[in-house]
Design a protein around this ligand. Structure first.
Ligand SMILES: Cc1cc2nc3c(=O)[nH]c(=O)nc-3n(C[C@H](O)[C@H](O)[C@H](O)COP(=O)(O)OP(=O)(O)OC[C@H]3O[C@@H](n4cnc5c(N)ncnc54)[C@H](O)[C@@H]3O)c2cc1C
Length: 472
């Protein structure tokens, strides 16, 4: 069944009587999850109040996705210019300008915040600047500069995100001992940065500061950088790090950071000490849930994360949680999709399994050099499950466009069902991987086959032709 919503949204499986129902939704936290839910629910006719204590757009805009990728893009421009000879140019030696970089980050953030605020306003979302907490099953309090405001709502959504995890052995000073939030950019470019943590965030900061010319040491607690990734993909990154002179301390866990004048010493469990001018901690995050008033209601949590079902409902069905607070995949794209699903669910737009969010089909990227992106079934997981798969891999070195770009590094790997040809997953390693994976992500979600890809007329010369070749 297809129900046509009031704003022309054709949403399958809807069971709603249009026009709109008198539904109210109170949202605490205006990051990607809160914003998406607010926008869509208001568009579908709900009365929405959103409480945000910091900036609309959330940590994603202020601290995480946006400033990190903007800094990486600046570093990428520097590396590209430094390789100018390969493009037939004379020698270029770019230097980072910290003031200009700060201005660039502030301009991007301000523009995104304006866009987001205008969008919410245009949908009639009531926005409150303050700190929100739950006071009862249908009551939320916003502590604002003008005093407490109480909001009664049919539904409540919690989307307060997370913040960097800081263990008690790390005395963050924001000067030389940093979390990711102190690095946009730091007061001075680190001469030698010791990065603790080799997950996605850690390796992105290694790449970022290496591009700016810092010496970098990476503390890797296991034997593989990116321990949760396909070993072949992780190896490609490790090779690049080693070629660029990154020092890898493998099998080492940091246990203390000491400051001695302008030096920092990171002590590791195996006795090694990594000394640098700065240390940066990237060892995960903790949920922003401790002052949310969760004790006022009997809601299920685990280590501070709110447990949710496939509709993002908590153990109290009219209270939803999304984004990092839900303890699912900590990605902005996932938070946005959860917010959107919550808006639909609150408005009674769907209750059918085909509308469930499938976290296994979320594409993710690592903005390093080479860039890494993947989606769906990983080769190693298929082998572990004893599942029959067809794996095809084509290097970018066969691509005319890669040669034009003077960057033939990396490959496309596709995983498909040998019986049906249905694409189950894939990885792209190389320039523009995060853009290219979109085709594979669409194929995985829509259950397209390798035949569909082969029959598509892609543009020549482009890197996307390598996806076609790997489907052949
Ligand atoms: C360094 C780094 C880089 C990242 N890069 C990417 C990336 O490139 N792509 C990607 O998809 N993901 C990335 N992520 C992950 C992504 O940032 C998060 O998954 C995403 O921000 C989660 O969105 P959210 O809506 O849950 O919360 P957030 O973006 O954390 O927003 C939560 C909001 O709630 C507000 N808040 C908290 N408590 C209260 C309260 N009591 N009252 C009112 N407001 C409150 C906060 O001020 C904040 O604005 C990155 C993470 C890090 C750490």
């Amino acid at each position: 069944m297809v129900a046509q919503g009031p704003h022309g949204l054709g949403i399958r499986g809807a069971t709603i009587d249009w026009p709109g129902m008198p539904t109210s939704l109170a949202i605490i936290g205006g990051g990607p999850a809160g914003n998406a839910a607010a926008t869509f629910a208001a568009r579908l006719g709900a009365e929405v109040t959103m409480i945000e204590r910091d900036v609309v757009g959330g940590a994603a805009h202020l601290w995480d996705c946006i400033p990190s990728k903007a800094m990486i893009a600046t570093g990428g421009a520097m590396s590209f210019l430094a390789r100018s000879a390969g493009m037939g140019l004379g020698e270029v030696k770019p230097l980072v300008d910290l003031d200009n970089l700060r201005h660039r980050l502030a301009t991007i953030e301000a523009r995104l915040q304006t866009n987001q605020t205008e969008l919410l306003e245009s949908q009639g979302v009531r926005m409150l600047e303050g700190t929100g907490r739950i006071a009862g099953l249908h009551q939320v309090i916003a502590d604002t500069a003008e005093g407490e405001i109480e909001i009664e709502a049919d539904y409540i959504m919690l989307s307060t995100g997370s913040r960097p995890r800081i263990p008690d052995w790390a005395a963050i000073d924001g000067d030389r001992i940093l979390t990711t939030r102190d690095a946009y950019p730091p007061n001075e470019m680190p001469e030698h940065l010791v990065v603790i943590g080799s997950g996605v965030t850690g390796v992105e900061f290694v790449h970022m500061f290496k591009s700016f010319g810092s010496e970098v040491t990476l503390i890797v607690s296991r034997q593989q950088v990116l321990p949760n990734k396909d070993p072949e993909v992780a190896a490609a990154l490790e090779e690049n790090f080693l070629a660029r002179g990154v020092h890898l301390y493998k099998g080492a866990r940091a246990t203390a950071i000491e400051r001695e004048g302008d030096l920092v010493h990171v002590r590791c469990t195996d006795g090694r000490i990594a000394t640098g001018s700065h240390a940066l901690l990237a060892i995960g995050s903790v949920p922003n849930s401790e002052s949310l008033g969760l004790d006022n209601i009997d809601i299920e949590t685990e280590h501070g994360y709110v447990n949710i079902d496939h509709h993002c409902r908590s153990s109290i069905p009219h209270i939803y949680a999304a984004g990092d607070l839900s303890g699912k995949l900590p990605l902005s794209s996932v938070a946005t999709m959860q917010g959107r699903k919550i808006a639909e669910h609150v408005m009674g737009m769907h209750d059918l399994p085909h509308r469930h969010l499938d976290y296994d089909k979320a594409a993710s990227a690592i903005f390093t050099e080479p860039e890494i992106a993947d989606v769906g079934l990983a080769e190693a997981d298929a082998f572990a499950e004893g599942r029959k798969i067809r794996v095809t891999k084509v290097p970018f070195s066969v691509s005319a466009k890669a040669l034009i770009n003077d960057d033939p590094r990396g490959f496309v790997k596709l995983i498909s069902d040998p019986a049906t040809g249905v694409i189950l997953g894939g990885s792209v390693v190389g320039r523009h991987a995060a853009e290219l994976i979109a085709v594979v992500a669409l194929a995985v979600t829509a259950r397209l086959t390798v035949g569909h890809i082969v029959d598509s007329l892609f543009i020549h010369p482009t890197l996307s032709e390598v996806i076609v070749e790997s489907a052949e």
